[in-house]
Write a protein that binds this ligand. Structure first.
Ligand SMILES: Cc1cc2nc3c(=O)[nH]c(=O)nc-3n(C[C@H](O)[C@H](O)[C@H](O)COP(=O)(O)OP(=O)(O)OC[C@H]3O[C@@H](n4cnc5c(N)ncnc54)[C@H](O)[C@@H]3O)c2cc1C
Length: 299
């Protein structure tokens, strides 16, 4: 029986684990992909206190090392369900794991465009991770789709690797911070294609071109690129808890000031929570609050 089972080893889950382990609780932490969460797929982080600039995978590795050194029980499995049984929780992940409390720290997953050609050309030119796949397009031309911070940050990274980046956005204004937009505008090999949506991905064994439509003029055109990176938003990773009735209409999880869901003993932290700001600092903040509340209750 664990004191806490944490689902998701991103910054939110890791932060909760650090506080709980340092208070001698028995902690198990599930991870379905790579420990570190979104940090693993982020080229550089420039807004986490203590580091003017750090590579995302380096920060992820350092946080993960910290919980392993503190004695976390790392379970490299994807959690499938959570249920309550005889006053404790059971997390199903290949087999059953029991705990007094559970923290959901599963973050978000990438939204897809869901247009023709996308499924067929996924990983054959279409990607959601510049740091993982950018090097495949060295000296080639690629497109980035989106108008938020992720699209701009990843365009900066790609501009240092590939020959040319086309940044395609459906509007004229951006959700991204102004300083990062200015930085991208100053790059010689990034061209912005605005008021434009992608209608279709074309290619047989690999991506060859995009079919575009200008939303103002209605004009249809094509753009030859070998790689395309989609950053068009995120969706909460909560499908596995939908039947618990703890999510809002968008699938995020509302919580109390102590990060507890409406089921006592079941907590949610980080990007999966219904809130306005989703960053590493807010994720680690949530993790600390949840763990400290659990420590207080268990003691
Ligand atoms: C491209 C990009 C760039 C970013 N840049 C910055 C930045 O510069 N600065 C900043 O502060 N923030 C940045 N962010 C946001 C930041 O990464 C997130 O706010 C933060 O990672 C959220 O942490 P989290 O732990 O809540 O979720 P995540 O980091 O998403 O981690 C959740 C983890 O849970 C795992 N998981 C999901 N479902 C299950 C399951 N059923 N079972 C087991 N494991 C599961 C996932 O595999 C993942 O590892 C960026 C985000 C993106 C996408």
């Amino acid at each position: 029986m664990y004191d806490i089972l944490i689902i998701g080893a991103g910054p939110a889950g890791i932060s909760a684990a650090i506080y709980a382990l340092r208070n001698d609780l028995k902690v198990g932490i599930f991870e379905g992909e790579a420990p570190g969460g979104k940090m693993v797929y982020t080229a550089t982080i420039e807004n986490y206190p203590g580091y003017e600039m750090i590579a995302g995978p380096d920060l992820a590795y350092s946080m993960f090392n910290q919980i392993m050194n503190l004695g976390a029980d790392y379970i490299g499995e994807r959690a499938e369900t959570i249920r309550k049984e005889n006053g404790h929780f059971v997390v199903r992940a290949g087999k059953d794991y029991k705990a007094r409390t559970v923290i959901i720290a599963t973050g978000t997953r990438n939204r897809k465009l869901e247009i023709p050609g996308e499924e067929r050309l996924t990983n054959k030119g279409i990607s959601w991770c510049a740091i993982c796949d950018g090097a495949l397009y060295r000296n080639k031309e690629v497109a980035v789709i989106g108008g938020g911070n992720s699209a701009f940050e990843e365009s900066i990274y790609l501009s240092g690797v590939v020959k040319k980046v086309y940044l395609i956005h459906r509007r004229e204004d951006f959700r991204a911070d102004r300083n990062i937009v200015e930085k991208v505008k100053g790059l010689g090999n990034v061209e912005m294609i605005l008021n434009t949506v992608v209608l279709e991905f074309i290619g047989e064994d690999g991506l060859e071109k995009l079919i575009l439509r200008n939303v103002k003029t209605g004009e249809i055109s094509s753009l030859e690129v070998e790689g395309c990176f989609e950053f068009v938003g995120l969706l909460p990773a909560t499908e596995f808890v939908r039947d618990l009735g703890i999510t809002d209409e968008d699938g995020y999880i509302p919580v109390s000031a102590n990060q507890e869901t409406k089921i006592p003993g079941l907590y949610a932290v980080g990007d999966v929570v219904s809130k306005r700001v989703r960053q590493i600092v807010t994720a680690v903040n949530d993790g600390a609050i949840a763990a400290l509340d659990i420590i207080k209750k268990i003691r």
